[in-house]
Design a protein around this ligand. Structure first.
Ligand SMILES: Cc1cc2nc3c(=O)[nH]c(=O)nc-3n(C[C@H](O)[C@H](O)[C@H](O)COP(=O)(O)OP(=O)(O)OC[C@H]3O[C@@H](n4cnc5c(N)ncnc54)[C@H](O)[C@@H]3O)c2cc1C
Length: 564
């Protein structure tokens, strides 16, 4: 049985940054991913990463923008950590080899992004995530003596000992179907978000909430789950993202009358207000009959106002996306977009060192809720979150490992249970519904009732339906009966993770009877600090999900009305 000081589940930016930090401290590290590490979803990140690097900038300004962006639900101590450590972190990545874009003076160039009071987004054209992920992977190669990669291994559950401490995980080798128990002094979850709970979404097929659900199932609380971000510029048919970098470079949003409608909801920031504000404004235009395209279901994003040369240089990937997925040359005509599910602000509750309330279990990146994003994440703050809290988790876990013995692991019964569960899924009779049918219904349901606008009746319908889908998931059948690369059976397990995440999202949205950040309740349209300036925590108890509250940490910025 493999045993390591630190087992990291997830090899996106958070996981790889955690691995590098732990390895540099001499810990033995295992890093596991259900896909090849550089295919982790971080590779899709486009527009950039925020840091107060400019001489005219100050991390306090970045922190204030983040607090305001979060609609005052973000924990200010964690936000201070993230923003104050950002410049050094980004410079370190640059020194490792990330080829950040430079201006004419040869300095690192910065672009404008939503909700930011000045240009502070460093970028590599519109492939920033890819550039960062490949550099980190390369850096980890230097630590091959103490870092073991388990590429294409799928984690099925976390292991806890008799005292409830996390001491490892069970995983399946995707290539062969072999199951294995992994022992560890500490486990860091870096499994990414849960975008596939929605349809459409900007997130890839692998983003299925595995880490959130696995932590929830061993008793870790989930926090801020109701806060699901809709990105303002996604292709209408497919949900594919057109980066906020486009508006950062100056692109306009236009309704059917050719009006820049952001003038009424955000007269100062216009298209560069925070994402929740822009998505709501777009949805209002669409709902009130001022949309464009088939059925008036979209809005025009006009990139033609950006000089063509600049678009081809700094936004080349979305030029390709527009051409390949919408048949539009964005340098010559507007492209039709609409708000689409993009990011989950909630996740596994942690402190600023990545620790969850379960001893030995850490979480970092999109799987976690520190909470630095609160009710709404600012664009380009997620890559930063993955690096800062990935590193901090890795460092802390390595420190903890240095002072303890390897826990006694008896993973055999869990290993047997998970193996039998998989065999049972494979053996299910071809009756009832297929995994893909349930997944489609779940995604469309969430996109209808737990989207930009929500209300009690819709959320109750969603909750009831998720309950039914949960039961159907237990019986859903698959085609592939083999062991080698059986993605079908993994899809069935992922569906189980997704319905757990969906239930927590809907429960949180029902509980929060106010409008704040990404949660807009048409039946409670105002923000209500008196009653709801608090986090909603959801924990799995003996009788199912339990709701409780925790305070928001306020250090320097008192809640105020949010205007852009
Ligand atoms: C299209 C797009 C563009 C974006 N652009 C930006 C941007 O410009 N700036 C910004 O700040 N943010 C951006 N974001 C958000 C940001 O990219 C993500 O939030 C961030 O990259 C998540 O990183 P992560 O390390 O937490 O997870 P991921 O990169 O998603 O990695 C998750 C890892 O966990 C592994 N994993 C998951 N489940 C299992 C399992 N059961 N067993 C084993 N391994 C598992 C996966 O294989 C993967 O290695 C964008 C997001 C999208 C979708």
């Amino acid at each position: 049985m493999p045993a390591h000081d630190v087992l990291i589940i997830g090899a996106g930016l958070a996981g790889q940054r955690a691995a590098l930090a732990a390895a540099r401290q001499g810990a033995s590290v295992a890093i596991m991913s259900k896909v090849h590490p550089v295919r982790s979803h971080s590779v899709a990140a486009a527009g950039g990463i925020n840091a107060a690097i400019s001489v005219d900038d100050d991390w306090h300004s970045h922190a204030y923008d983040t607090v305001k962006g979060s609609d005052f639900l973000g924990d200010q101590d964690a936000i201070e950590v993230m923003c104050s450590e950002a410049p050094a972190e980004v410079m370190e990545l640059e020194h490792m080899g990330v080829t950040f874009h430079r201006n004419d003076k040869g300095e690192m160039d910065l672009r404008a992004f939503g909700g930011a009071s000045m240009k502070r987004t460093a970028y590599v054209a519109d492939i920033t995530g890819q550039a960062m992920l490949h550099v980190l992977y390369e850096q980890l190669m230097k630590h091959h003596e103490n870092v073991d990669f388990f590429e294409e291994w799928f984690t099925t559950s976390l292991l806890t000992d008799d005292s409830g401490h996390c001491c490892g995980a069970i995983a399946r080798d995707v290539r062969s179907g072999r199951m294995e128990a992994f022992g560890a002094k500490n486990v860091i979850l870096a499994c990414g978000g849960a975008g596939q709970v929605y349809k459409p979404t900007t997130n890839g097929l692998i983003v299925t909430g595995d880490g959130i659900a696995m932590a929830y199932r061993v008793g870790a609380p989930l926090m801020d789950m109701e806060m699901v971000q809709y990105h303002p510029t996604c292709l209408v048919e497919t949900g594919i993202l057109i980066t906020e970098g486009a508006r950062g470079e100056g692109a306009h949003l236009l309704n059917a009358a050719g009006e820049r409608f952001m003038e009424s909801s955000a007269p100062n920031k216009m298209e560069l207000a925070s994402r929740d504000v822009v998505s709501r404004a777009e949805q209002i235009e669409i709902n009130e009959g001022r949309g464009v395209g088939p059925g008036g279901a979209g809005i025009f994003l006009d990139v033609t106002v950006v000089p063509r040369r600049r678009t081809l240089e700094a936004l080349r990937e979305i030029v390709n996306l527009g051409r390949d997925f919408a048949g539009v040359d964005i340098t010559r005509e507007p492209i039709t977009i609409r708000p689409g599910q993009h990011y989950i602000m909630g996740g596994v509750k942690t402190d600023a060192r990545g620790r969850t309330p379960i001893e030995g279990l850490y979480a970092a990146g999109e799987v976690a809720c520190v909470s630095v994003h609160g009710g709404n994440r600012l664009g380009a703050n997620s890559l930063l979150d993955t690096l800062i809290f990935g590193r901090r988790s890795g460092e802390h876990a390595a420190d903890r490992a240095a002072g303890m013995a390897m826990p006694e692991l008896n993973g055999n019964s869990r290993l047997r249970e998970d193996s039998e569960r998989i065999e049972a899924i494979i053996a299910r009779p071809r009756e009832g519904r297929r995994v893909s049918e349930i997944k489609n219904e779940l995604g469309e349901l969430m996109n209808q009732y737990a989207a930009v606008f929500r209300d009690e009746a819709g959320l109750q319908t969603a909750l009831e339906t998720v309950g039914r889908l949960k039961e159907e998931t237990e019986k859903a059948w698959i085609d592939d009966r083999g062991t080698v690369f059986n993605q079908d059976v993994l899809g069935a397990i992922e569906l189980g993770y997704m319905v757990d995440c969906a239930e927590a999202i809907v429960l949180g949205a029902i509980e929060r009877k106010e409008s704040r950040g990404a949660q807009f309740r048409t039946d409670y349209p105002e923000r209500n600090d008196e009653q709801w300036l608090k986090h909603i925590d959801i924990t799995l108890g003996e009788d199912g999900p339990q709701v409780s509250y925790s305070p928001v940490t306020i250090t320097q910025w008192q809640p105020e009305e949010r205007k852009y």
